[in-house]
Write a protein that binds this ligand. Structure first.
Ligand SMILES: [Zn+2]
Length: 73
């Protein structure tokens, strides 16, 4: 598995199951990171999310409030 590192762009899954772009700003473990999430709503600032756990999407749908590498089309 690719290891997360600061500055990488990933996806963050919000509570509604939507995927948003996010940048890794801190790495705790290979699975647990801090993110700045760029959420898609009017006037939404980017949002800090700390200690977000990895979910590779093995069991669809993705678990809310997790991160994963961007899907390849
Ligand atoms: Zn995604």
């Amino acid at each position: 598995m690719m290891k997360p590192s600061i500055g990488r762009i990933v996806h963050y899954v919000d509570p509604d199951g939507e995927h948003f772009a996010a940048i890794i700003t801190g790495v705790w473990t290979d699975h647990c990171v801090n993110l700045v999430v760029f959420e898609l709503c009017d006037g939404c600032p980017s949002a800090v999310r700390t200690s977000v756990m990895f979910d590779g999407g093995a069991a669809a749908p993705f678990v809310a409030r997790t991160w994963h590498w961007p899907e390849r089309e």
